[in-house]
Design a protein around this ligand. Structure first.
Ligand code: PHE
Length: 496
């Protein structure tokens, strides 16, 4: 039988006046898609066919079912490998792979094979001669839309249970003649050319119809990630307030600058591997300002003569030398304040930073092992807690956050310390928005800062406000390996 053509479909419609795509596919023994393909292609020639959609459910062979049609059913696979003398089950399974167990069960039920135990082996013996692959035939019939088979509910139920067929939505068409029906398809032009205009042939040429429903090619455009967008906003606020940005490129930091310089004792739980990522290569840093290092050691051990008694323990250089992924950007602030102290005479500064930090957290919807911190630092003579509160108020006001609340807190490097809260209208609750404090003399004096210089500072995460502002409920949709890059484009924020 020669392969069917578009013209054959036209002949059927001409002879019968109309036809149904599904019936025609069964009659021609072709896949339904072939008919639909013909139909759509004919329609591009003009109003030749009229079609009416009809959505129905029908049984379709699953991928597993298609595999049975191609290679035979599991029961035949197992039984055909068994011999009248008997073979080891494991050997047969090794040959047929995954479907061994199912095939064995079915073949026993069909009385094609028998099994018996011999020692620790199971022997499979073939008892039937003919192995008719009924399941394969049933699947073929379903694929061919065979009406009798589709009425056999017992078979359908069994095949469905074996996940060899499934019910699927399916669009069929009633096809009849269109206004311009014809048995031959005249080639249509897609483009109007200058030549056609010049020689007048455009007047008699038949053109393909425009498809006004066709979607245009999506326009590609770059988009800023929401985190970067919000980072820009914060940076702008700091710059407007006269702050200078600190260099934050050092992700790998020594425990010295991350902890010791901040008067965080060496046995502090945050310095544990449970909270901090330690580096194995290079494992250590050794280049520290020697005199400062000694003053830090003394301050931890006995207060260093700055009016504190220190923590009274043996400070160990090895602990300070360990390389880690910085756990906060306050490590950057420590380096910058040390540098500042070396430039005499002292000049007041306002610094900020926004960059990545790392913590060995248990990951969940609001915690990640890496996130961004925003930090502000002001060093000046005789600053007070009032200056800190006032600065925080004007900083957050620029973000549209007013009515701050403060709660006493603890940081090893600040005293006093305050957590910052605010009432969030959208969430209808008071949420923590940051942490702050006045750096301790035990941190600043060893650096060499004058006694009457006070440093106030605060820090917050970049992710938290971004999530609240743009309605993310899971931080993993915002950063990390699961981020859908295209999602960044869907947020209107990126285009503003
Ligand atoms: N380093 C603190 C944190 O990681 C934030 C902070 C910065 C607190 C500066 C006080 C002063 O949460």
């Amino acid at each position: 039988m020669p392969a069917k053509q578009k013209e054959d479909l036209l002949k059927v419609v001409d002879t019968h006046g109309a036809c149904f795509s599904r019936e025609l596919a069964a009659e021609w023994k072709v896949h339904h898609d072939v008919i639909v393909g013909f139909m759509k292609s004919i329609q591009s020639y003009g109003d030749i066919l009229e079609t009416k959609e009809n959505k129905v459910e029908r049984w379709e062979v699953t991928a597993e079912g298609a595999n049975v049609i191609l290679h035979g059913s599991p029961e035949v696979a197992v039984a055909s490998r068994a011999t009248p003398e008997g073979r080891s089950r494991d050997e047969i399974f090794a040959e047929v792979g995954q479907m061994g167990n199912v095939g064995l069960g079915k073949a026993i039920k069909l009385k094609w094979i028998k099994t018996e135990k011999k020692g620790d082996q199971t022997i499979v013996t073939r008892i039937a001669e003919d192995l008719k692959d009924t399941v394969k035939e049933q699947l073929q019939a379903i694929q061919a839309d065979d009406a009798d088979m589709l009425k056999n509910t017992a078979v359908l139920k069994d095949l469905k249970k074996r996940k060899l067929i499934e019910k699927k939505q399916f669009t069929t068409y009633a096809i009849s003649k269109g206004r311009e029906f014809s048995l031959t398809l005249e080639k249509r032009e897609a483009d109007l050319t200058p030549e056609m205009l010049a020689d007048g042939s455009w007047q008699t040429t038949k053109f393909k119809q425009f498809n006004l429903q066709a979607l245009g090619t999506p326009v590609n455009y770059a988009a800023l990630h929401p985190l970067m967008k919000v980072r820009t906003e914060y940076r702008q606020i700091f710059l407007e307030m006269g702050f200078e940005e600190m260099p934050t490129s050092r992700f790998v930091e020594s425990a010295f600058w991350n902890f010791d310089a901040l008067f965080q004792p060496q046995q502090h739980p945050a310095r544990d591997a449970h909270d901090t990522f330690f580096m194995s290569l290079p494992e250590k840093s050794t280049d520290f300002p020697p005199e400062y290092l000694e003053r830090v050691k003394q301050t931890h051990e006995n207060g260093g003569g700055y009016g504190s008694q220190g923590y009274e323990y043996d400070w160990k250089l090895e602990e300070a030398q360990k390389n880690i992924l910085r756990t906060h950007t306050t490590a950057v602030s420590a380096r910058m304040l040390y540098k500042l102290a070396q430039n005499k005479p002292f000049k007041p500064v306002k610094y900020f930073s926004i960059d990545r930090v790392f913590r060995n957290e248990t990951l969940d919807a609001t915690h990640l092992a890496e996130f961004h911190q925003i930090e502000g630092v002001i060093a000046d003579y005789n600053l007070t807690l009032g200056d800190l509160i006032g600065t925080l108020e004007s900083f957050f006001k620029r973000l549209g956050i007013e009515d701050l609340r403060f709660k006493p807190a603890y940081n090893p490097y600040t005293e006093p310390s305050m957590e910052v809260f605010s009432y969030h209208k959208g969430l209808d609750k008071v949420v923590e928005i940051g942490n702050s404090g006045i750096f301790r003399p035990e941190m600043l004096r060893p650096m060499g800062l004058p006694e009457d210089v006070v440093v106030i500072a605060w820090g917050l995460s970049l992710e938290r406000p971004t999530m609240i502002k743009y309605g993310y409920s899971n931080i993993r949709d915002l950063i990390g390996p699961k981020v859908n890059l295209l999602a960044a484009k869907e947020k209107p924020i990126v285009r503003i």
